[in-house]
Design a protein around this ligand. Structure first.
Ligand code: GLC
Length: 599
């Protein structure tokens, strides 16, 4: 029965898959190999996962549900290893989490790992974290509890410790052609004319000279992360097999890492090229054929105009989910400026996108915050780009007298451009002298994130207001990369305090819990509800509205330190406290209100 369904799915999608493949590669033999393997991977997919495929096909928009709440975590920091995470599922349940993003856990060499984003073997778990069977046990346990599991698929590059890289380094032509190898520096020089740098301080340049191999190799990220050459159909095929292998271990959401970078052309920025979209579209078709319950989350950390195109079109969809990166950066801009105008404009842009497009909302993740803001607008308000970035970076390092504590990331020695690191709580001021203000701001930012359409994803530790881990500087494998500032171990001793309502941990955990539950209960939080922003009469207060089937929700978020009375057009009930607010509501400094009305 399943096989009939598989062949139907294949039949339906093959014409498009084949035409895209032939357009890109023109290689019939490789295409046949791909299709043969789709059947092999489907064949080896477990019965229970095939059932999951069938179930999820009944609710194809399952990932758009307002009932989803995500958390991303490092397995070792959170619970030592994969089995440890399984044991901690009750805690995650208590934190209302039903979408679990496991940070990279495949085999990597600790000294050359980039937090696990330098994969040495796509089919092996990092030994200290467990084995593949542990992953399967964890995904199965998550599924039993109604949780979805997300993992990274690092497709732009492999580690130099990957078998292909080792064989390429040894001079095997077949493997050299899976990467970008050049004996002569002239081609790298051509690329360098137009390709910007990702890590200008920690890993300058886009190529690395391999003394032993006598070649340059393209390394857009760290020198030990070798870019894969997707112009070679064998690379595409083999990486698709790795993707399907991992999907068959029970992963529900595949985060395609650094996807805008996967196609390279001299004379371009090597970002967001049309071929990238062809490849993502093919991945979507392949997933729909072999493992239809698995969805794609695109990691597109790019200027706003490049992000939404990764949803594809209605007829030819690409990613199911994308990060709401501009809203995230603009939120932190608003914290520093206490001026909600840009955030309002950004939320209006997102609100105008088709409701079928689902974003993943977040305040912090494992990476730095890049200041990808709408600079033309800021400039029209008299805020120049370099000065503004400098202001933000100073603010979040506490240099302007704020309580925020963060660190710069990859300050470009030439342009002076820099990004920023730090946990949500520390950036909200939790390490400073005004803890209650920090707690209120922290909850207000979460309240704003939870009020938006899309999947909210917490960064592990944020549910208890975890602060920065300054100790990373003592670990030689981490010291040079300030992103480790916000990659500390889960402080389980502090997590104990969630039962103490006086503690910061207790206040944040309970505050989030209450909002997360409301989000599941109120129908107007559905992704297809109407969503709008409104002018609250105060530059420091953001006003958001939602409406669905007679339910009106109003969110007010005060980014200023002083309390503020906001006029209302009617009487509203407070969703959190239950009291009524008649024609006005008083927001404390850094406070918020969630109001409702049944019409
Ligand atoms: C993504 C990851 C980041 C990593 C990079 C290279 O952007 O989020 O942590 O350094 O890819 O793989």
């Amino acid at each position: 029965m399943n096989d009939i369904i598989f062949s139907d799915r294949l039949k339906l999608r093959e014409p498009e898959l084949k035409s895209l493949y032939m357009e890109l590669y023109g290689n019939e033999a490789c295409y046949r190999d791909l299709v043969r393997n789709l059947a092999v991977f489907h064949e080896s997919r477990s019965k229970s996962l095939k059932c999951r495929d069938a179930e999820k096909r009944m609710t194809p928009g399952w990932y758009k549900s307002e009932e989803l709440l995500g958390m991303m975590l490092y397995i070792d920091n959170f619970a030592g290893n994969l089995n440890g995470v399984r044991e901690k599922l009750p805690y995650l349940k208590k934190a209302n989490v039903n979408y679990l993003h496991l940070m990279p856990f495949l085999d990597t060499v600790p000294e050359r790992s980039d937090g696990g984003y330098a994969v040495a073997d796509f089919r092996k778990v990092r030994p200290d974290l467990g084995i593949m069977e542990d992953l399967e046990a964890l995904t199965a346990a998550c599924h039993e509890q109604g949780m979805n599991v997300c993992m990274d698929f690092v497709m732009n590059h492999t580690s130099e410790d990957h078998e292909w890289a080792k064989r390429a380094r040894a001079g095997e032509g077949q493997y050299m052609s899976r990467y970008f190898f050049y004996a002569d520096p002239s081609v790298p020089r051509e690329y360098d004319k137009t390709v910007p740098q990702v890590f200008p301080t920690t890993a300058p340049g886009n190529f690395t000279w391999l003394e032993d191999a006598g070649h340059w190799v393209m390394t857009t990220f760290y020198p030990y992360q070798w870019d894969l050459n997707y112009a070679n159909p064998i690379v595409f095929n083999e990486m698709m097999y790795n993707y399907l292998y991992l999907a068959n271990r029970g992963v529900d959401v595949v985060r395609i890492d650094a996807v805008p970078y996967i196609w390279k052309e001299i004379g371009t920025t090597c970002r967001n090229l049309p071929q990238v979209h062809t490849i993502v579209r093919m991945m979507r078709l392949i997933g729909e054929i072999v493992c239809p319950s698995v969805i794609l989350l695109g990691e597109v950390v790019m200027a706003p105009e490049y992000v939404a195109p990764y949803f594809g079109t209605e007829d030819r969809p690409e990613c199911h989910l994308l990060y709401n990166v501009t809203t995230m950066a603009t939120t932190w801009h608003t914290v520093a400026t206490r001026d909600v105008r840009l955030l309002r404009q950004q939320l209006d842009v997102v609100g105008r996108l088709p409701k079928t497009q689902v974003f993943l909302n977040y305040l912090r993740c494992h990476d730095d915050i890049g200041w990808g803001l709408d600079y033309p607008t800021l400039e029209s308000w008299g805020m120049g780009q370099p000065e503004h970035k400098q202001f933000l970076n100073d603010y979040f390092r506490g240099l302007t007298g704020s309580d925020a504590r963060g660190e710069l990331y990859n300050e470009d020695p030439v342009t002076r451009d820099a990004r920023l690191c730090g946990t949500t709580a520390s950036l909200c001021g939790m390490e400073g002298d005004h803890k209650q203000d920090a707690i209120r701001l922290d909850l207000t930012l979460h309240a704003m994130m939870l009020f938006q359409s899309g999947i909210p994803v917490l960064y592990s530790g944020d549910e208890i207001g975890q602060i920065n881990d300054w100790d990373y500087k003592r670990d030689p494998n981490k010291a040079a990369d300030s992103r480790y500032l916000h990659r500390g171990k889960m402080p389980w001793d502090l997590a104990e305090k969630i039962r103490d309502p006086e503690s910061a941990e207790g206040q944040i955990f309970a505050g989030l819990s209450q909002m997360e539950k409301l989000r599941r209960e109120k129908r107007a939080f559905a992704a297809h509800a109407d969503f709008w922003t409104w002018d609250t009469g105060s530059q420091q207060v953001l006003g958001l509205g939602r409406w669905l089937e007679g339910q009106l929700l109003v969110g007010l978020f005060n980014f200023g330190g002083e309390s503020c009375a906001v006029p209302l057009d009617d009487v509203y009930a407070d969703m959190l406290g239950g009291e009524l607010h008649s024609y006005a509501v008083e927001l404390p400094g850094y406070g918020f209100a969630w109001l409702e009305q049944e019409l």
